[in-house]
Design a protein around this ligand. Structure first.
Ligand code: GDP
Length: 429
């Protein structure tokens, strides 16, 4: 098996496949300069666009705008270049062949960004944000990914890691020099700082915004059969996704429609009507409906004209349907998909709910399960440090807590710990 070498020069089509005016091929690696020279029969000023003939084996393959992007201040940190070609598939194929011929190989998925991380151009959290930026479909996803790519979340984690480093430095000093005259406040300050960090990180874990924005949130429409659930899904989403009939029990499986409200991706789910049934397929639909209700961020619980309001959980919003037939009781939102009455109010109510779910604490939110797991691990070690009676054990837990944070950004750095220890105390031994 041939394994891809991380030192080899790589290339990839950076623009999408399909009919387009321009295709960009990106190249990165130590041999980029030599390869470019061969292809354009000359050299270029860095970061300046120039129109050049791309020549291989004495044949002109295309006229392209070429950018020479030498490291270390390039995306990957390596030497690289870009060819802005005409997007014909035959041109792209010939240029790819030429690059291979000259010693480059096709890049693996994410390899440019992986190299950027390895060269210290960005950390892991920023690299994840680049992937999110490319995938962003809504305004809130774009903003969040851009902030994260600019280092907002990394800065938060680095500042916690830095504070932990100082706590650890103090702890190490208490362990190593128990007889020296370290002021008693050192121990108190150390405990207070561990408590403060524990509090801040635990708060961060309760913040769901990042994951909600990235993955979108779920709004489930639930209620008895025939209450008007499918009609509401169709009205809100603007097209006939669900079948509407007067026959009860028509919606067997959940129907999902993706929707954007307030710049946030919303998955709107219509579920099977909740009722007692002998029908096996309908019963399965109801089981799935209850599952969706449990997972939902917001549940719109529809109530028909001849139904009583049952007790609702805090995520559930009661909505009276078919108000063209009879009015909604006071203090309950009423809608009619027949006349459109109340739908604007319902949209506004959803917008408010979404805004309050997205309301944050001012710190950047975590966006992935990996971040949550890392912070959780860090918090567990802080809790153990809080309880540890032996200073050595507390030191070890602090170290593990700091490492859990370091793994998140990809910086686990023992040298800087040593610097913090010796720098702060001027021990001179
Ligand atoms: P579901 O079983 O809860 O999904 O309900 P449907 O959306 O399929 O609607 C059941 C029946 O109620 C259909 O005949 C709809 O035309 C009717 N319906 C739905 N919404 C309204 C409404 O706002 N007013 C009136 N009068 N009828 C409605």
């Amino acid at each position: 098996m041939i394994t891809a070498s991380s030192s080899q020069t790589i290339f990839a089509l950076a623009t999408g496949a399909g009919r387009a005016a321009i295709a960009i091929i990106r190249v990165s690696g130590a041999e980029s300069g030599q390869i470019l020279k061969t292809l354009i029969r000359g050299s270029l000023t860095p970061k300046r666009a120039s129109l050049k003939k791309i020549i291989h084996h004495d044949e002109v393959l295309d006229h392209a705008v070429v950018l020479w992007l030498p490291g270390p201040n390039s995306y990957t940190g390596e030497d690289g270049f870009e060819l802005h070609l005409h997007a014909g598939p035959a041109i792209i194929a010939r240029v790819a062949d030429a690059l291979t011929d000259l010693g480059a190989r096709p890049a693996e998925p994410g390899e440019f960004t992986k190299r950027a991380v390895q060269k210290g151009r960005m950390d892991l959290i920023q690299a994840e944000a680049i992937a999110d930026l490319v995938d962003s479909e809504t305004e809130s996803q774009r903003k969040q990914a851009l902030e994260q790519a600019n280092g907002a979340l990394s800065n938060l984690y680095n500042s916690w890691a830095e504070r932990l480093r100082l706590v650890l430095a103090n702890q190490e000093a208490l362990i190593d020099f128990p007889d020296e005259d370290l002021p008693p406040e050192v121990e108190d300050a150390l405990r207070a700082e561990i408590d403060a960090l524990h509090h801040e990180m635990s708060e961060h874990l309760t913040d769901q915004r990042g994951e909600l924005m990235r993955q979108g949130l779920t709004v489930v429409i639930a209620g008895s059969p025939n209450v008007g659930k499918s009609s509401l899904l169709n009205s809100l989403s603007g097209y006939d996704a669900a079948i509407v009939t007067h026959r009860a029990g028509t919606t067997r499986d959940a129907i999902a429609v993706d929707w954007v409200l307030e710049g946030v991706r919303v998955r709107l789910i219509d579920t099977a009507g909740l009722r007692e049934t002998e029908d096996e397929i309908e019963a399965e639909g109801i089981r799935r409906a209850l599952f969706h209700v449990k997972q939902a961020d917001i549940v719109l619980h529809l109530i028909g004209p001849d139904e009583e309001l049952t007790s609702l959980s805090s995520e559930e919003v009661a909505i009276r349907t078919k108000i063209d037939l009879s009015p909604a009781p006071e203090n309950m939102l009423g809608i009619s998909t027949e006349t459109g009455l109340g739908l604007k109010e319902l949209r506004n109510l959803l917008k408010e709910k979404i805004s309050s779910l997205m309301a944050g604490s001012g710190t950047p939110p975590l966006t992935r399960a990996r971040h949550r797991a890392g912070i959780q691990e860090s918090v567990v070690h802080l809790e153990r440090a809080q309880k540890a009676t032996w200073p050595e054990l507390r030191g070890e837990e602090l170290r593990l807590s700091m490492h859990a944070l370091g793994r998140l950004t990809g910086h686990v750095d023992v040298e800087s710990l040593l610097d913090a220890i010796f720098g702060q105390f001027c021990i001179g031994k």
